[in-house]
Write a protein that binds this ligand. Sequence first.
Ligand code: SF4
Ligand code: SF4
Length: 107
Amino acid sequence: MTRIIHIQADAPLKPAEGKPCNGCGVCCLVAPCPIGMLFSGKTRGVCSVLRWDAPQHRYVCGLLTEPESFVRPRWLAGAAARLARRMVAAGVGCDSDLALEDEAAAS
Ligand code: SF4
Ligand code: SF4
């Protein structure tokens, strides 16, 4: 199935599956992960807690970087971030086998 996603021009290229995650954002732009579905209220499309970190030129998970912006009551933010870190397997290799085609370059 082909999907069109809009991605920051200076986002890093998606690495191969199993390589270290570089914050390319592709997986989270296509569909939220299970915990992202809870916060986004949908199963497809860009995750609502995905954030672009311009200084670092990479996407970040808002549940990990600014949980207090999304979690209520706020005192639950720390626990939610820890849960998110485990569920999204932060720090491990890329688990996405999505293949990209650059439409802008192709046209
Ligand atoms: S898991 Fe893979 S596709 Fe998702 S942001 Fe990391 S590198 Fe990109
Ligand atoms: S890792 Fe974070 S930003 Fe990405 S889909 Fe999951 S909750 Fe959303």
